[in-house]
Design a protein around this ligand. Structure first.
Ligand code: PGA
Length: 248
C-alpha cells in the first residue's frame, strides 16, 4: 500500500505525519510505502528507521550523474534508503512529457541499483470511451519494460491508474479495474513468463477507505497507489488496516 504525496508536505509536515503514523509501521503485515517529495526523504528515512515503513521517490533520472540541471539520480536516492521509485506517473507523462522509452531506461537504472520500480500505466478517458483501454495499457506495459531484465521481474511493481480516475473522485469499479489488471498480468506473462504471477499490480485513482476493500478483493489487484487519501494519516492508516485485516 503506497501513498504518493505528489508536490505536497514540507519537511515539518512530513514529520508530523510520521509521528502520527509510526505505530502502524512497527507491526505491519503488509508492505507500506510512502513516496514524499525528494526534500522530505532524508527526514523520513530517519523518522521511519527501525519500522516496516519503506520509502519511495516519485521520479528519477536514468543516468548516474551529469549535466542534467534539476534532476536526481538513482545513486542519490539510494543514500536515503529509497527501496522503491515511482516512474511514468500519468502526471509526469502528461505535464512533463515523459515517454515509455524514458520509463524503460529509468526502470533498468533503478533495478541495477536494487531500487524497485513502481511503473505507472493507465488509459485516458478518450481511450476508455473509444473501447481501447486494454490495448493502450498493454502497449504501455510492453514499451515501458522493453529492456527490463527478466531475471528481476518479481521485484517489479506495476500501478494501473486510469487517468480519468486520478484526483477526480471517480474510481474504476472493481470489475472494470480487475479486467485491466488481468490484461496487465497477461502482458507481463508474455514478457517474463511465470514470474509474472508474483508481480504486484497496484490500482490507483481515487482510492479511499470506503472503496479500498472491494477493489483489493479482486484477484489481480494486489495493492494500491494512493494520492489524496494518502496525505492524511487517518485515511491512509484506515486503508492499510483494512488490508492487514483482509490478509490476516
Ligand atoms: P488519487 O491519486 O488517489 O488522488 O486519485 C492517485 C495517484 O495519482 O497516484
Amino acid at each position: 500500500m503506497a501513498a504518493n504525496w505528489k508536490m505536497n508536505k514540507t519537511v515539518n509536515e512530513a514529520l508530523a505525519f510520521a509521528e502520527a503514523f509510526i505505530h502502524l509501521g512497527k507491526n505491519a503485515e503488509v508492505d507500506i510505502v510512502i513516496a514524499p517529495p525528494f526534500t522530505a526523504l532524508a527526514a523520513l528515512s530517519r523518522a521511519f528507521s527501525g519500522t516496516e515503513v519503506k520509502l519511495a521517490a516519485q521520479n528519477t533520472h536514468a543516468e548516474a550523474s551529469g549535466a542534467f540541471t534539476g534532476e536526481i539520480s538513482p545513486d542519490m536516492l539510494k543514500e536515503f534508503d529509497c527501496q522503491y521509485t515511482i516512474i511514468g506517473h500519468s502526471e509526469r507523462r502528461a505535464l512533463f512529457g515523459e515517454t515509455d522509452a524514458e520509463v524503460d531506461k529509468k526502470a533498468v537504472a533503478l533495478i541495477e541499483r536494487n531500487i524497485r520500480p513502481i511503473v505507472c500505466v493507465g488509459e485516458s478517458l478518450q481511450d476508455r470511451e473509444s473501447g481501447q483501454a486494454l490495448e493502450i495499457v498493454a502497449q504501455q506495459v510492453q514499451k515501458s519494460l522493453e529492456s527490463y531484465p527478466s531475471g528481476r521481474a518479481e521485484e517489479l511493481v506495476l500501478a494501473y491508474e486510469p487517468v480519468w480516475a486520478i484526483g477526480t473522485g471517480k474510481t474504476a469499479s472493481p470489475d472494470e479495474a480487475q479486467e485491466v489488471h488481468k490484461a496487465i498480468r497477461r502482458t507481463l506473462k508474455e514478457l517474463f513468463g511465470s514470474p509474472a504471477e508474483e508481480i504486484r499490480i497496484q490500482y490507483g485513482g481515487s482510492v479511499k477507505p470506503e472503496n479500498a476493500g472491494a477493489l483489493m478483493a479482486q484477484k489481480d489487484i494486489d495493492g494500491a497507489l494512493i494520492g489524496g487519501a494518502g496525505l492524511a494519516h487517518e485515511s491512509f492508516a484506515a486503508i492499510v488496516r483494512y488490508q492487514m485485516e483482509s490478509k490476516g
